[in-house]
Design a protein around this ligand. Structure first.
Ligand code: C5P
Length: 401
C-alpha cells in the first residue's frame, strides 16, 4: 500500500547545490501518490528553475508573498493548514538557522512557522558547516520543536571534500516519510501509561532528596506513543518539560508515594506501562514541619525508609493482555542486574542504559540502550538522540501489542 497516497506535501527547497535532487524528489513523491506544493527560497531558484518544478508537480511554484504580475497573495497560513507534512530538502545552514530562531524573511520560513503538519528537514551543506557548533545547536533546537531531522549522508561533496553533509538520497527520504505514515496509526485505540522524571522526597519545607533525572526520555516516549495514535497518561515528577501532543494527559506528582498511587489508579485501564521514572528509593522517615536547624559542629542524622517499588506493584496487578516495561540504569554488571530486575518486577522487557557509556543516561539529549526481554533476548542499539531511542523502544513494544 502507498502510505503517501493522497498526502499533501509542502516541499521546501533552499539554496544548496543539492537542490538539483529536488526535481527527482518531487517526482518520487508524486509517483507514490502525493500531491506536492513547492515553496522555494530566492536562493533556491538560483540552483533549480521553478519551471522544471512546476512542470513536474503541475502546480505553480511559490516563492514570493504575492505574484508580481497580478498581485495574488500566497497565504502561508493556508498552506500550513492544507499540508499533511512539510519537507525541507535540501535545507541549508542559513535556512536551518532562520527556522531555529523564527527569522521569517521569506515565504518558506513564514510557511514553516505557520505549519500545522509535521516538518521533516534534510540538511545539505559542506562538512565543516554541518559540524559547526552553531549548526548543530540549531538542529537540536529544531528537534526540540518536534521537527524530524533526516540526517545527511557521508560521502563526496560538491566542494570536492568528503564528509558528512550530503543531502540524503531522495528515495531514502521518501522511505522516511512512508515509514512515518505507516507508524502514525500503529497505536490507535491503545492506552499507555508512562512514568517520567525524578521524585522529590521532602525532608522539611525547604529541602528534599532527589536525583538528576531530566524526564527527557519519558517525555520522548510519551510523544512517540501519542504521535502513533495512542492515548497517553504521563505521570511525571517535577521536570522542566511540557508534553506537546494533545493526546497526552500529564498527571503531575512530586513524591514516589504520589506517583505510586496515581500509577496504580491508571494502570488497570491501559494496554501497556512504560516505567521510565527515576523513583527515589528512599524517603525521610519523618517530615519536619519546620525548617531543620543546624547544630554547630554536630553531625546531622537523617533516617531514610524505602519507597514503594511502583514497577513491582504494577507487575503484581498486571493482566495477561497488559505489557509492562521498565528501565535500568546500572554502573556495573548491566545485563545481569537488568535481567534480575526484569524477573523481580514481572516486566515483559527492560531497557538498560549504562552510565559508563558517554552520552547515555541522565540529562543528555542522547542515549544508548540495550533491550532485554523475558525470553532473555538481548538487543543492543547505538548511541542516538532520545527521540530516536524512543522510536526504537516503541517499535519494540509493537511486537507485543
Ligand atoms: O530497581 P531499580 O530502581 O533499578 O529499577 C528501575 C525500574 O524500576 C525503572 O523502570 C523505574 O521506573 C522502576 N522503579 C519504580 N519504583 C521504584 C523504583 C524503581 O517504578 N521505587
Amino acid at each position: 500500500m502507498y502510505m503517501l497516497q493522497g498526502k499533501k506535501v509542502v516541499l521546501g527547497i533552499t539554496g544548496s547545490i543539492a537542490a538539483y535532487k529536488a526535481a527527482y524528489l518531487s517526482r518520487a513523491l508524486i509517483k507514490k501518490g502525493a500531491e506536492v506544493q513547492i515553496v522555494i527560497t530566492p536562493a533556491g531558484k538560483e540552483f533549480i528553475t521553478p519551471v522544471t518544478l512546476s512542470a513536474l508537480t503541475q502546480k505553480p511554484v511559490i516563492s514570493e508573498f504575492f505574484t508580481a504580475n497580478d498581485g495574488t497573495w500566497h497565504s502561508h497560513v493556508d498552506i500550513g493548514l492544507w499540508a499533511d507534512l512539510m519537507l525541507i530538502a535540501p535545507a541549508t545552514a542559513a535556512t536551518i538557522g532562520k527556522m531555529a530562531h523564527g527569522i521569517a524573511d521569506n515565504m518558506l520560513i513564514t510557511t514553516y512557522l505557520s505549519m500545522k503538519a509535521p516538518v521533516f528537514v534534510a540538511p545539505a551543506m559542506d562538512l565543516d558547516m554541518f559540524a559547526h557548533p552553531s549548526t548543530q545547536e540549531n538542529i537540536d533546537k529544531l528537534r526540540s520543536y518536534g521537527n524530524i531531522i533526516i540526517e545527511p549522508a557521508t560521502g563526496y561533496l560538491a566542494s570536492a571534500l568528503e564528509g558528512k553533509g550530503r543531502m540524503e538520497e531522495p528515495d531514502n527520504i521518501v522511505k522516511v516519510l512512508e515509514d512515518y505514515f505507516k507508524k502514525k496509526n500503529d497505536l490507535n485505540q491503545k492506552k499507555i501509561l508512562i512514568t517520567a522524571g525524578p521524585t522529590y522526597e521532602k525532608i522539611d519545607p525547604v529541602r528534599y532528596i532527589s536525583n538528576y533525572s531530566s524526564g527527557k526520555m519519558g517525555y520522548a516516549l510519551a510523544e512517540e506513543c501519542a504521535s502513533r495514535g495512542a492515548e497517553v497518561i504521563l505521570i511525571s515528577g517535577p521536570v522542566q518539560l511540557k508534553a506537546k501532543n494533545p493526546k497526552i494527559t500529564t498527571v503531575q506528582v512530586e513524591s514516589a508515594e504520589e506517583m505510586h498511587r496515581k500509577a496504580k489508579e491508571y494502570f488497570p485501564e491501559t494496554d501497556a506501562g512504560i516505567l521510565c521514572a527515576a523513583v527515589a528509593d528512599f524517603k525521610p522517615a519523618h517530615y519536619a514541619e519546620h525548617k531543620m536547624k543546624r547544630q554547630p559542629g554536630e553531625p546531622m542524622e537523617l533516617v531514610l525508609i524505602p519507597n514503594p517499588d511502583i514497577a513491582a506493584s504494577l507487575g503484581e496487578i498486571k493482566k495477561p493482555h497488559q505489557i509492562l516495561a521498565g528501565f535500568a540504569l546500572e554502573t556495573e554488571n548491566g545485563i545481569q542486574n537488568a535481567e534480575r530486575k526484569l524477573k523481580k518486577k514481572n516486566l515483559d522487557f527492560i531497557v538498560l542504559n549504562s552510565l559508563s557509556d558517554e552520552g547515555a543516561g541522565f540529562q543528555n539529549n542522547t542515549n544508548k540502550v540495550t533491550i532485554i526481554d523475558s525470553g532473555s533476548n538481548v538487543i543492543d542499539y547505538p548511541l542516538k538522540p532520545k527521540k530516536e531511542v524512543a522510536e526504537d523502544i516503541i517499535d519494540y513494544l509493537m511486537n507485543y501489542l
